[in-house]
Design a protein around this ligand. Structure first.
Ligand code: GDP
Ligand code: MG
Length: 731
């Protein structure tokens, strides 16, 4: 008969590494918590054992949806064996979960992981003693080095065969008395093995369990209150204390820590600088700048360096233009393909898809940089450093992990918001994660950078900083809505030791993401390019209109929309509005659309994509265009992910509306204010630099918007009082 084994443990204790070792699977291993969100299953090679990798959790009192996933699995799908992974370098905190797992009465084996680290530190663990204290088998392993894993499997098989649950680890007499009352009051309404778990949770006043068995809760409530009075504390902290006391006894008996030398490990010493109050942020900005100088380059006055990404992107763009586009055009002419068909192929398809694919080198460098930073362990340091800032704004530092994931793609970023316990923070994070530029927005950034700012990578750094600032501002604003108000929860996150990035991990991660980008170009972008071509090549009367694109269906739609964006400095350039709208399908489409449209126009004027943009956008309106496209509603896929997390179309619609309004406000402020700077509102007209001067109306509007924003930011939080009041009442 096949055996089901569940892997459970704190985030980052090595569950996925062990899962991969056991099953030969290739799940993503992350050097930060929150990477495994749904449970995954696999089979141990050569054994009749199915393994389930559950999300990492700190406790079985569920706060966040992923904790609920893990707990419900253990309670309702009852696996035959639980393997509780304990990070031996962090044993106290890990045992907090272990004690609760043991209460479940399911046969349990403890895998004491990271033993290689423990040995390096010189600590000694008395495994037999630990096993006796916890009442279940303990197996020292190193998932990473593949040590002890076979022994673990053997113990798992034995535990499954015996069907024996662990012996209870008991608390002090007075707590045990209340637990016993709860057990007898529950009677046989829960399986006998599980009754201790339910009883303990009930004593802790766990909301879910009390909701399930209100009468038992009622029956023991006087005993619980009595205990609280005697201990002069609330029940949940009494239980937490009791657990930590037990843990410190157990660990005191079975672990001998080697004296740490004063300086700490190399990681500790690096962290003292990298996460310091003073250097943390400058180092982060420095790293960001280096990454974008590498991808895009830098230019200031006469001085300029081309980034590796830009170098290859320029080359690839050239290659797409000639020989590909010109070659196809010639070939079409030589075999007598019609003008419309040639244009569809050359301008529509190759122009649209090619404009996106041209950015592949820059994307690959971005993905490579993200993968390296993640694998080294720097990403969790960024979260740690930013947490200090975020806390000032009342946002949980936990929001940072979704944001960091969102630099690659917003969809997993939004999904990663599930790791956040507080409902309020989770919703706010899901709504604001996409403000951070995702990989697909990089081409938009790169295009504006090279067309308007001579290839200065600092524009990209600006984009990321803008994203973070808008997230922070949104945190404050959204908290003032009733549904999203509430208290911030504390952020616990350990910093995993730095390690040299594994080439396999990094290359695989980079290529996976690069391939996803190419696939998108070949499907969604291809389709969108064809639609854009049709709409821009035909008039309302369905006349093929090679003569003037301005008579096309798309131009008239774009013109209508362009009035909306005029205050942002986009002029009556309908192409910009169309690009923004098609960007909703996928952000690369902004570029793809320009590729198609300007390709058709270039046929008339002979100008390239970047030169055309220079005639439409100044420095100020270029940044406003960029800001709007980065902040406004994300692509449809991300909206779908938002819907899954927010739970209703109404909330999703409101979130999208909020994003669009925010984008408009920010873009207006950027254009209105920067447009006042001498020379920042200059565009090319017939090859001559022409200063448009101060955009007076936009500037006035920008000042009004700034004032409104300041008012909302500093206005008293209407729900603050409410929460303070309710907290006092409960004390
Ligand atoms: P999960 O969050 O529990 O799934 O943890 P992961 O499997 O993603 O591992 C988190 C980090 O710990 C990764 O960087 C792993 O490489 C590392 N790790 C896992 N097992 C071991 C081990 O036995 N020894 C050491 N030194 N590192 C490990
Ligand atoms: Mg994992």
């Amino acid at each position: 008969m096949s055996v089901t084994m569940a892997l459970i443990g704190n985030p980052n204790c090595g569950k996925t590494t062990l899962f991969n070792k056991l099953t030969g699977a290739n799940q993503r291993v992350g050097n930060w918590p929150g990477v495994t969100i749904d449970k995954k299953t696999g089979r141990i090679h050569g054994h009749d054992i199915d393994v389930v990798d559950l999300p990492g959790i700190y406790s079985l009192s569920p706060y966040s949806p992923e904790e609920i996933v893990s707990r419900d699995f253990l309670l309702h799908e009852t696996p035959d064996v639980v393997v509780n992974i304990v990070d031996a370098t962090n044993i106290e905190r890990n045992l907090f979960l272990t004690l609760q797992v043991l209460d479940l009465g399911i046969p349990t084996v403890i895998a004491l992981n990271m033993m290689d680290q423990v040995e390096k530190l010189g600590d000694k663990v008395d495994v037999d003693r630990l096993s006796k204290s916890l009442g279940c088998p303990v197996v020292p392993i190193s998932a990473l080095k593949n040590k002890g894993v076979d022994d673990l499997v053997a113990k798992v098989e034995r535990a499954a065969a015996s069907g024996h649950g662990p012996d209870a680890v008991e608390f002090d007499r007075d707590i045990e008395d209340v637990i016993s009352s709860a057990v007898s009051s529950l009677g046989d309404r829960v399986p006998k093995e599980r009754s201790r778990f339910y009883a303990v949770k009930m004593v802790e006043r766990d909301e879910r369990v009390c909701g399930e068995f209100p009468d038992t809760c009622e029956a023991i409530s006087s005993e619980v209150e009595d205990l609280e009075r005697r201990m002069d504390d609330e029940m949940d902290s009494i239980m937490a204390d009791a657990r930590y006391n037990l843990i410190s006894d157990i660990v005191g008996q079975s672990l001998k820590r080697a004296p740490r030398n004063g300086k700490g490990t190399l990681s500790d010493r690096i962290d003292r600088v990298v996460t310091s109050r003073i250097w943390g942020i400058p180092i982060f900005l420095g790293v960001l700048s280096i990454v974008f100088l590498g991808i895009i380059g830098f230019s200031w006055g006469d001085f300029s360096i081309t980034g590796i990404g830009t170098y290859f992107t320029d080359w690839l763009n050239g290659f797409i233009e000639d020989p590909i586009q010109s070659g196809v055009a010639e070939w079409c002419a030589s075999i007598g393909v019609s003008e419309a068909m040639t244009s569809l192929l050359v301008d529509g398809i190759i122009g649209g898809v090619g404009a996106v694919i041209g950015f592949l080198p820059q994307m690959l460098v971005l993905f490579l940089a993200l993968c390296i930073l993640e694998d080294i362990g720097y990403m969790s340091r960024i979260a740690f450093v930013m947490d200090r800032i975020f806390r000032h704004f009342g946002l949980s530092g936990k929001s940072l992990i979704p944001i960091l994931v969102g630099t690659g793609c917003g969809v997993p970023g939004i999904m990663a918001s599930r790791t956040i316990e507080s409902e309020r923070d989770r919703r706010i994070t899901a709504m604001t994660v996409t403000f951070i530029p995702c990989g697909a927005k990089l081409p938009v950034i790169a295009m504006i950078t090279s067309a308007i700012f001579g290839g200065n990578g600092l524009v990209a750094v600006f984009s990321y900083v803008l994203g973070i600032v808008v997230i922070l501002i949104s945190g404050i604003i959204l908290k003032k809505f009733r549904r999203l108000s509430g208290e911030a929860t504390p952020f616990i996150m350990e910093l995993p030791p730095y390690h040299i990035p594994s080439a396999v991990n990094v290359i695989k991660g980079t290529l996976d993401r690069g391939w996803a980008f190419v696939k998108k170009a070949g499907t969604i972008i291809l389709l969108a390019s064809i639609v854009i071509w049709v709409l821009s090549s035909y008039t309302w009367g369905l006349q093929y209109n090679a003569g003037d694109i301005n008579d096309s269906i798309l131009a008239s739609i774009g013109h209508a929309i362009s009035y909306v964006f005029m205050p942002l400095g986009w002029g009556d350039n309908w192409e910009l509005s169309v690009g923004t709208i098609t960007g909703l399908i996928a952000k690369e489409n902004v570029i793809g659309t320009f590729g198609t449209l300007f390709g058709i126009e270039a046929g008339e004027s002979g100008e390239g994509l970047e030169a055309v943009l220079g005639t439409m956008l100044s420095s100020a309106s270029g940044l406003s265009f960029l800001a709007f496209n980065l902040i406004c509603a994300p692509c449809f896929a991300a909206m779908g992910a938002m819907h899954r997390e927010l739970g209703s179309w109404k909330s999703t619609g409101m979130a999208v509306a909020y994003q669009c309004v925010m984008a408009y406000a920010v873009a207006l402020i950027i254009y209105g204010i920067l447009g006042c700077i001498d020379g920042w509102n200059t565009i090319m007209v017939d090859g001559v630099a022409t200063d448009l001067g101060v955009p007076v109306a936009s500037t006035v509007a920008a000042i009004i918007v700034l004032a409104v924003m300041a008012y909302v930011l500093w206005a008293k939080d209407p729900f603050r009082q409410l929460h303070d009041g309710s907290r006092e009442a409960s004390e």
